[in-house]
Design a protein around this ligand. Structure first.
Ligand SMILES: [Zn+2]
Ligand SMILES: [Zn+2]
Length: 307
């Protein structure tokens, strides 16, 4: 099959063997796969990955085959998958808290991913999608599940909130909050030159953490307010503990919401995301698409490995 491979020589579209399918895997023919910043970081070598990895982790497709220990799936099923895979062996996994596993691996980094014609995924990560749901929407399930995690932060309808950052992800978060009746939320654009009001918000959600952003958010929340940490900045970020303690601010970090719920939000039209979804490209155009994604942030870009 053809796939976008990251090797020591860089990134290229190559002809490779079809994935090996273990008994507990589902083999999926990829219809669409979204390009994410993580893929770009892996391509650049900023996130270490296995050698000769097929990139890509946000996707939808049709089941080609199911291993004999992969119950519930059959050829022809329309599916998507959660790309972050719990280890299945640690104490947390054994206790049924797979969502808290700290030894996770990920498609497109530790396992061959979805920028190829076929991808093999452990059955526990695969989710069926409704017949009426488009492959475009289904391929966007992972970002929606990541945004949906803010609902784990204990935010309540009627509270005033602010989302820091004017980007695709902040608008997605805002739409999810609205779907849960949290409609008094402002998306704050730090580039707009208007200062954030102090003491005006019950909660704040950061989507791009810097020392400056965190300081502004500490000032922006009410005493006893909450700051939700959502971005995945690798470098440390400085915060004023004196201010946090004086105001008794709660800092709460969230990772993923429920994947099935993320699918349902889109499938049932509880959130509209069509305007956040952009063009579809054949694999061969990867170089230009990767390059453009470093600057253009407004819409999700997809690969269609069958094109
Ligand atoms: Zn992603
Ligand atoms: Zn585990």
């Amino acid at each position: 099959m053809r796939a976008i491979i990251k090797s020591n020589q860089g990134v290229a579209v190559r002809e490779v063997d079809a994935p090996r399918v273990r008994e507990t895997d589902v083999l999926v023919r990829v219809k669409l796969a979204g390009l994410c910043r993580t893929d770009v970081f892996v391509a650049e070598g900023r996130i270490p990955a296995k050698s000769d990895v097929v990139l890509g982790h946000e996707f939808s497709g049709i089941v080609e085959a199911a291993g004999k220990n992969a119950p519930g799936f059959a050829r022809g099923d329309r599916v998507t998958a959660m790309p972050v895979l719990p280890c299945g062996r640690c104490a947390l996994c054994s206790a049924g808290a797979q969502d808290k596993c700290q030894a996770t691996t990920m498609l497109g980094i530790d396992h061959d991913g979805a920028f190829g014609e076929l991808v093999a995924v452990p059955v526990s990560a695969v989710h069926k999608i409704p017949d009426a749901m488009s492959f475009r929407l289904a391929a966007y399930s992972e970002p929606v599940a990541a945004a949906l995690s803010v609902m784990k932060a204990g935010l309540k309808a009627g509270q005033r909130g602010v989302i820091y950052g004017n980007n695709r992800f902040s608008h997605l978060i805002n739409r999810i909050l609205k779907a849960y009746s949290l409609d008094g939320v402002t998306v704050f654009d730090p580039a707009a030159g208007i200062p954030l009001r102090e003491g005006a918000y019950d909660f704040a959600i950061e989507t791009l953490a810097t020392d400056k952003a965190m300081h502004e958010l500490m000032l922006a929340v009410v005493p006893g307010g909450k700051i939700v940490l959502k971005s995945r900045k690798h470098e440390p970020v400085g915060i004023s503990l004196a201010l946090a303690v004086k105001k008794e601010i709660t800092l709460t970090a969230v990772n993923y919401g429920d994947f099935g719920e993320a699918i349902r939000l889109m499938a049932e039209g509880l959130i509209q995301v069509d305007d956040l979804l952009g063009p579809e490209h054949p694999l061969e155009e990867f170089a230009a698409v990767f390059e453009r994604s470093k600057t253009l942030e407004t819409q999700k870009v997809f690969f269609n490995p069958g094109a």
